[in-house]
Design a protein. Structure first.
Length: 139
């Protein structure tokens, strides 16, 4: 674990933990549970904090983002349209060409094994080289 004495440049994992704690209700519990499922599925996942306060989980590219709104916790998979979703977890952003999202409302439970399978598919897709090379790629 990283030290918690960072002030200005807090590690993303600490900022995400802080967001979960600040929510303090079902949204924090839900975001925390989904975070654990992501980490369980991919122990090498990288946590990032982007776009003025959005938790992002990456592995060779973005897997998904985790946003919290008043009535929903939204997990948006960057390349969700390319993933097989036999459990039908994707229930939002279904019209997009690339992204797919899972909206979780108060009291709803997401199928943990099915969610982990989506995470693993996203990692495999990112790692397959089908994504565009990063601008920061080594020359």
């Amino acid at each position: 674990m990283k030290k918690s004495d960072a002030s200005q440049d807090q590690p993303a994992s600490e900022l995400i933990s802080k967001r979960i704690a600040e929510l303090g209700d079902w949204r924090g519990e839900t975001l925390g549970r989904m975070r654990r499922l992501i980490q369980d599925a991919d122990p090498d996942v990288v946590e990032e904090w982007k776009w003025m306060g959005t938790p992002v989980w990456s592995h060779d590219g973005i897997i998904c983002t985790g946003e919290s709104y008043k009535k929903v916790v939204k997990l948006t998979f960057a390349k969700g349209a390319a993933l097989k979703d036999p459990a039908g977890l994707f229930n939002s952003s279904l019209d997009g060409n690339l992204r797919r999202a899972i909206d979780i409302h108060d009291g709803e439970e997401v199928d943990g094994p099915a969610f982990k399978a989506l995470v693993l598919q996203a990692v495999a897709l990112n790692s397959s080289g089908k994504s565009k090379p990063s601008k920061k790629a080594k020359l």
